[in-house]
Design a protein around this ligand. Sequence first.
Ligand code: E4P
Length: 231
Amino acid sequence: MKFFLDTANIDEIREAYSWGVIDGVTTNPSLVAREGGDFVERVHQICEIVEGPVSAETVSQDAQGMIKEGRLLAKVSDHVVVKVPLTVEGLKATRALSDEGIDVNVTLCFQPMQALIAAKAGAAYISPFLGRLDDISTDGVHLIEQIVQIYDNYPELGTEVLAASIRHPMHLTQVALAGADVSTFPFKVLRQLVNHPLTNSGNARFLKDWETVPDNDIAGQVQRWLKARDN
Ligand code: E4P
């Protein structure tokens, strides 16, 4: 499962990318508004840091407007993915942009047939928002399971399932088990992924015990050992 970071914050992207585990970035108008500044400059900056797909969302509500914005956003970098909402106009724009070879991420998906129709329109990614479904007492993970199964039944569709609106590591476990191709989540969740109290206490104990080992400078020991071996 590919990991995308769901943020428009440059510091978070730079830090997360340095961990060597991030495959791409997704943004949306709310995330961009939170950061302020120039949108296109931000998209460009993100594309300079991250080699993988970077989703940038259109805001026009008619297909012609989305197509125009999408074509222009795609000029910012060859790894920009144009994001459009799952509306009739969004489907028209998806068809037009994907026919031109521009990857489209169809966003705000909340039921399986929306995912199927987006795939038929040529979407490169479908973004089901599981956290927002959970918020209204509906099973978000079940939606991912349904979409994965439907897409598996029709492999010719070629759309990747991008599990979005992830709120915690348990969501990630569940969508990985369901077979999502990609998940996108905030930096906070990325940090939570590596945190376990037994890892921390185990590491502390190893370090304490290591202090009792005589001549416990590993680098120095190896260098001396190599020197002795090569003489
Ligand atoms: C996905 O591309 C969206 O930006 C995002 O996952 C929405 O998450 P939220 O429901 O936490 O706002």
